[in-house]
Design a protein around this ligand. Sequence first.
Ligand code: SAH
Length: 219
Amino acid sequence: MNVAAAGIGMTSQRTRTRMIARLREQGIGDEHVLAAIAAVPRHLFVEEALASRAYEDTALPLGYAQTISQPYVVARMLEILREGRELGKTLEIGAGSGYQAAVLAQLTTEVYAVERIAPLLARARINLQAAGQAGVLLVHADGNTGLPEAAPFDTIIVAAATARVPNALLQQLALGGRMLLPLGTAGRQCLLLIERRAGGFSETRLEDVSFVPLLSGIE
Ligand code: SAH
């Protein structure tokens, strides 16, 4: 850790406490989710030049035209996915910086995260290690095809917007499992919650959101 990062580390506990208070004011009520977010040092997941802004409730650039999600959106998605149950085996599509994967790892023991951009994945690996979360399984792959070798998943969380729900992800959702994804294009997106029951899939449209697009292939 360099000197600037160490300085931010010292003040991060205070700013993190403030971030949690803000999330509460914004309506996040799941104590497990709040504790998970409080436990992850977000400044380790953003570029050094932006570390002082790590605890603001804002999306920040990751490079490669990607962004680390806003803490409120991470909290809200996890709250929706957890409602009334444990997350169980979880797949994240779009690992980005690894931040959300680190938060997931506070809530459940089995976390897989795929990312299509190799240098971002390498960065995520370093970030997760620095945050003491080496247990997250990171895979360089196109999330449109999910992760068949580790399926089925109790929870699937997609961190990039798609106009159509990838069929592979539906297939890899366990019975009783939940998937949450931003549905739509750049102009208009909402969160879509999909639950798999014995009789099929149920879909619930939730609030509007703004995510980078889910792309195809790897690079
Ligand atoms: N969850 C991340 C932020 C995600 S930004 C964090 O906490 O930092 C969305 C990410 O999805 C980007 O890193 C982007 O490269 C990735 N992505 C987009 N399409 C993808 C695909 N088809 N497969 C895997 N990752 C994808």
